[in-house]
Design a protein around this ligand. Structure first.
Ligand code: MG
Length: 379
């Protein structure tokens, strides 16, 4: 799901490298019907789904000579992840849109390779409970969570004392608050280490991404937020660490390349051999670590506040952030406006302490509307 995005295209690289192990039986995309058609022609899935209704006709026309079902809309997307010949769903949709398709796939008993962290930010309690009930494994694709998951192999999570979640610090790590008032979307989109989609790149620049990853780790590893420490590590070589009760710390290292965590999730519990370049430690000058600055990066603090309050608060924060990121990408608000927007929407949206899935859907709609109203005042 999300085959034309950054994780989607890299997942297809791995499928192409390992034809004996994997086959893409379904591909879904949001808007990019041209790339989806190319992928379908190359990988020959049984079915493709495009979310954008305007993409349906051109997609059907370009695939007319192939025996591939071409569909559009939420029902087709729901069906896509539940088909009989699907073993694993790679969930790499963007933002809140990932929640319901992932829930459907879990209900159908499919293993989930999860790249869409917002699914757990918004609905972590419900999603992890459903996964337990259906005996479904959620395998992390996010590089930090893949690192933590790898460190925990052969260990009991009850013996883990702390998780060190590493963060690159993004392109504005060394910027002053004044400089950050003037940064542009183009600057924020130039991430120093990772090549990712626009949403997650902006979230990295604001450190919202690390806040979301803290929430994601809370649910994936059933770890209370106070045991998760965010550490800024600008080289992005140590992908995260786990400290155990005896004081021993395990880390997973590698080049900043998403192929590695995707490959691990797809191959788990086996490791699939790779010809990609590995780490050359002798060429590395230094690996450095520092504390994050919550004054310049308030989104990280809001994430701790949201998970501390629990209920639908992370869903509210996520909706405010999605509206804020869109507005920033369109040059409608300054970069620190993301924080101002999140603070206001978290204060104004209705709090529900134990939300159902439909409460979360309603919360997302309400918080999105509130955020759009608020935008006009912080422009
Ligand atoms: Mg990550």
């Amino acid at each position: 799901m999300g085959s034309t995005g950054s994780i989607g295209t890299q997942t297809l690289d791995i499928i192409a490298e390992c034809p004996a192990l994997f086959r893409a039986s379904v591909l879904t995309a949001g808007h990019n019907h041209r790339l989806l058609a190319e992928q379908a022609r190359r990988f020959r899935p049984d079915m493709v789904v495009i979310a954008d209704p305007d993409g349906l006709r051109p997609l059907r026309e370009s695939l007319a000579d192939l025996p591939i079902r071409v569909e559009c809309g939420p029902e087709a997307l729901a069906e896509a992840g539940c088909r009989d010949n699907v073993d694993t769903v790679v969930a790499s949709l963007v933002g809140y849109s990932g929640l319901i398709p992932t829930v459907n796939a879990i209900r159908a008993g499919k293993e989930i390779a999860l790249a869409n962290k917002e699914t757990l930010v918004v609905g972590g309690a419900i999603v992890t409970r459903l996964a337990r009930e259906h005996g479904v494994r959620i395998l992390p694709v996010d590089s930090e969570h893949s690192a933590i998951f790898q460190c925990l192999q052969g260990e009991s999570t009850t013996q883990a004392r702390k998780i060190f979640l590493t963060a690159s610090g993004g392109p504005f790590r060394t910027f002053t608050a004044e400089q950050m008032e003037r940064v542009t979307a183009a600057q924020a989109l130039r991430h120093p280490n990772w090549d990712m989609g626009a949403k997650v790149t902006i979230d990295s620049a604001s450190m919202m991404n690390k806040g979301f990853e803290m929430i994601e780790a809370r649910w994936l590893f059933d770890c209370p937020p106070e045991k998760i420490e965010v550490v800024v590590h600008p080289q992005s070589i140590v992908h995260s660490m786990v400290e155990f009760v005896d004081g021993s710390v395990k880390a997973q290292l590698g080049l900043p390349d998403m192929h590695l965590p995707i490959r691990y999730a797809l191959g788990y519990p086996a490791r699939i051999p790779s010809d990609r370049p590995g780490l050359t430690l002798r060429e590395m000058a230094a690996l450095t670590f520092e504390a994050p600055d919550l004054t310049r990066f308030p989104m990280l603090g809001y994430a701790f506040e949201a998970i501390g309050r629990g209920g639908n608060m992370p869903c509210i924060l996520n909706a405010a952030n999605e509206v804020g990121v869109r507005a920033f990408l369109h040059d409608e608000i300054p970069f620190p406006g993301l924080g101002r927007l999140a603070a206001e929407v978290m204060q104004r949206a209705g709090f529900i302490s134990d939300p159902s899935l439909s409460d979360l859907v309603a919360t997302h709609a309400e918080a999105t509307r509130l955020a759009e109203e608020t935008l006009a005042r912080i422009k």
